[in-house]
Ligand binder design. Structure first.
Ligand SMILES: Cc1cc2nc3c(=O)[nH]c(=O)nc-3n(C[C@H](O)[C@H](O)[C@H](O)COP(=O)(O)OP(=O)(O)OC[C@H]3O[C@@H](n4cnc5c(N)ncnc54)[C@H](O)[C@@H]3O)c2cc1C
Length: 398
């Protein structure tokens, strides 16, 4: 895939975005080094929904998830806190409609699949990037163990990216969305109730989602309007039980079946304003560093994976890297910005707290035919990687 003489790409950050980018660039012929500041890539986190756009991008990247095709999500939809259906998702139609299924997996399984697709020794942990000096054709990356010269630097260091400002200036910053999110995964067999696919139930300023994972475990998430940085004095599991114990079945059972120590809580942040460019010289933003969005469409990591699949096509070794990066900026920025906006809108609707406003919202969602909701998803889920724009151009100049 790469040779010693292949030009060097350094990826800052070994999250989902950084690992996917590394895979894409290795397929494109680059010699890739991922620098990750964490001491180890721990299999942390809860579940994650991978929508058809990302599943197809992962297929393009040759990343194989440990999932059988008949493990794909089916059914599902939106309910009120009392259990009344407001809209159905029909995830079983996705393979026909979008060419790939909706998959729900544990983040650890996605991380393992991405790592397994990389050449040995690609990721170096315990190595924070301390600074980057960018030039027109290359950059010098200073890190905890020395420095590295690279013809391409992918900045994938997450929503709190320190390196983003080198490309996008100081403007784009993480802004608190006004609500917090709890997440956990329940062991297979611990929930006895029959689950109706992936569901999200809306209350007043609170939501609860249940997502059966492909391997039989159950991932759930819950949200609530709350002050930034707040933590529950009596523990987060107790807080979720307090808030959701009178919601419709099987929500109380799902919460009861969760080990208290498994409940994660994170405030939700979005990047605002959106960067004016994803590219500066040979530095390129990817994933949350470029477009951190609220989780309301479940598209944050999906967009990072799309970024990676696009980069693979647009900056092949031997092509014109600068033209490829310009195309990446032109194609990726409007798409991710549009999806981030829609995600934020859904978040604002979902977190409505007033009796009248949330009641009117529920009515509107119920009256909207399912097919309208499906059509709105089409633009997000029918994504295809771009065609190669600059084959055999001016060379990588590396
Ligand atoms: C509640 C919630 C639910 C979500 N659900 C979904 C979902 O269902 N589907 C979906 O697609 N998305 C979802 N998302 C979004 C998704 O989690 C993120 O978009 C995705 O994880 C971003 O990946 P990333 O690699 O860009 O950033 P990160 O995961 O933040 O990775 C950045 C990495 O960079 C490293 N790093 C930082 N600084 C440095 C440095 N100086 N040097 C070296 N390394 C550094 C960090 O240690 C980290 O490992 C959800 C988010 C939340 C909060």
């Amino acid at each position: 895939m790469t040779s010693d003489r292949a030009p060097r790409a350094v990826v800052v950050g070994g999250g989902i975005g950084g690992l996917a980018a590394a895979r894409g660039l290795q397929l494109a012929g680059w010699s890739v080094l991922v620098l990750e500041r964490a001491a180890a890539l721990e299999p942390l986190g809860a579940g994650i929904s991978l929508w058809p756009n990302a599943v197809r991008a992962l297929q393009d990247l040759g990343v194989h998830l440990p999932v059988r095709t008949d493990d794909t999500a089916t059914g599902g939809g939106m309910r009120t806190r009392h259990g009344r259906w407001m809209a159905r998702t029909h995830a079983e139609r996705f393979p026909d409609r979008y060419g790939a299924p909706l998959l729900a997996v544990h983040r650890a399984d996605l991380q393992e699949a991405l790592l397994g697709a990389l050449a040995p020794g690609t990721v170096v942990t315990g190595t924070p990037v301390l600074g980057i000096d960018g030039g027109p054709d290359s950059a010098r990356v200073r890190h905890g163990a020395g420095e590295e010269r690279a013809e391409l630097v992918v900045i994938a260091d997450g929503v709190r990216s320190a390196a983003r400002a080198l490309v996008a200036g100081p403007g784009p910053r993480p802004r608190y969305a006004g609500y917090t999110a709890w997440r956990a995964v329940v062991p297979a067999g611990a929930v006895r109730a029959r689950l109706d696919g992936a569901t999200e139930s809306w209350g007043r300023g609170e939501r609860f989602g249940i997502v059966p994972l492909a391997d039989g475990r159950v991932y759930w998430f819950a949200t609530a309007n709350a002050p930034e940085g707040e933590h529950a004095v009596g523990g987060e599991h107790a807080e979720v039980r307090r808030r959701f114990s009178d919601w419709h079945a099987p929500i109380p059972e799902v919460v009861r079946a969760t080990c208290a120590g498994d409940v994660l809580r994170h405030d939700v942040y979005e990047l605002r304003p959106h960067p004016r460019s994803y590219v500066g010289g040979r530095l390129v933003l990817l994933g949350d560093a470029a477009h951190a969005m609220s989780p309301d469409l479940g598209q944050g990591a999906c967009q990072a994976i799309e970024d990676a699949a696009a980069l693979r096509v647009l900056v092949p070794v031997g092509g014109d890297v600068d033209a490829g990066l310009a195309a990446y900026d032109r194609l990726r920025r409007p798409r991710a910005r549009g999806i981030a906006r829609r995600s934020a809108q859904v978040g604002r609707l979902g977190q409505l707290e007033g009796r009248v406003t949330s009641g009117a919202r529920d009515l509107a969602v119920r009256w909207l035919p399912d097919v309208v909701g499906e059509r709105q998803l089409d633009g997000v889920l029918r994504w295809r990687p771009p065609p190669a724009v600059v084959p055999g151009g001016a060379g990588s100049r590396g």
